[in-house]
Design a protein around this ligand. Sequence first.
Ligand code: PGA
Ligand code: ZN
Length: 397
Amino acid sequence: MGRGIAPAGASRGSNEAIDLRDGGPEQAGLGVNRAISNVNDEIAAALLGLDACDQTLCDTTLTHLDQTAKKERLGGNAIVATSMAVLDAAAKHCGVPVWRQLSGDGVVQMPLPQVQIFGGGVHAAGRTDIQDFLVMPLGAETFDEALCMCADVYRVAGEQMARRGSRMGVADEGGWWPDFESNEQALQILTSSIDEAGYQNGQVMICLDVAASEFGKAGRYRLKLGDHDYSTAEWIDKLSSWVDQYPIVSIEDPVAEDDQDGMRLFTAAMGNRVQVIGDDFLVTNASRIDQAVASGCCNAVLLKPNQVGTLTETYEALRRAKLAKWGTVVSARSGETEDVLITHLAVGWDCGQLKVGSFARSERMAKWNEGLRIERQGWAVRGFAGAGALPVQRRLR
Ligand code: PGA
Ligand code: ZN
C-alpha cells in the first residue's frame, strides 16, 4: 500500500506535464475525476503485478501507457501521484523511510533550506512583480539550526511590516502578503530584517525567484510596480544592480522561459556571483538541462516531479544536473499538498537545497518538520550539505 498526492502550480512553465482537469461548469472546471478514473482503470491495470521496488519499470510503464509528450492523455497529475505512490509502497514494503530507500547506503546530507519570506507575483495577486523573496541560511551547521535562523528572519520581517502599518496576511506559500511600493523596497526590508534578526557576514542570504515568464517574454519585460518596460539587456542590468546592492546569492528564472539569449547573457554575467536556477526554463526535463549546459544557460536546476510526471524522469534530470556540477534544488508547488515525499527526495537523492515555501501554512511546515525528523534519526545522516551546492559563497557586504 502506498499513497501519493499530486501538487499543482500557479506559475507553470509552458513545457510542463499537463495537469488533467475535468473542464465543464462544475468546480470551475478544475475537478480531477477524469484523472482519478485513469488511475483506477488504465493505470491500475497496467501496474498490477509489477514489482513496486522497480521504480524505473513502473515509471516507464506509465510513460509508455500515456504515449504523449506532455502526459496529457492520462494526465501528469494522475501519473505523478501514481509514481509517488509506487515509491511510498516500496519503502513501506522494505520497512524503511523513503529517504533511506532512495539513498541505498543510508549515508546522506541534509539539504539547505530556501525559505520564502515575502510571497509575490501570481502567488499574491500581482502585488510585486518578483514572485519569491526568500532567504537561505548559509551559516547554519544543522538543518534544525537552519530553520531556526529562517524563522527568526520571517518573524522580524513580519514585525517590520506591522510597524510600517501593513495589513498582515500571507500569500500562497505562506510568505508575508506583500505591501510594498517597489520590488526594491521588498529587498530593502528583507535585508534589514536579516540585520535586525542579528545575522551578519553572509550567515543568511537572499534568494529570488523572479518567475519572469509571468511578466515578460524574450526581449520585453513589463513591470507593474514602477510601471516600466525593460529590454532583456536592461532587465539583466537591473537584476545585476540588485546583486550589487543586496546580499543576493541565488536567482531563479531571471528571464522568461523563451528567452534563451537572455538566460545565456545573464548566466555569463552573473553565474560566478550567484546561483542561476532554471525552473520554468528547464521544467525538470533532462534534455532541456543538457541543452542549457551546452549553451551556457543556468548553473542550477529546480526539481519539481510534477513538471515532468514521474520520479524516474525527475531523477534523470537531477543526474544530468549533477554531472554538469550544477546546484540542485527540490521544490514544492504553490498549490501544495500535505504529502512530505519531496523532503525525502531532497535527502535521499542528496540534493543540496530544498524549497517548500515559507514558515507558515501546514502543507509547508509538514515538509520542514519532516526534515527535522529525518535529521533526528541521526544514525544515518552524515552532516549538512550546507552551501556546497552553490557556485560561490558570497559574503554579506
Ligand atoms: P508554482 O511556483 O508552483 O506556482 O509554479 C513555484 C515556483 O515558481 O518555484
Ligand atoms: Zn520558480
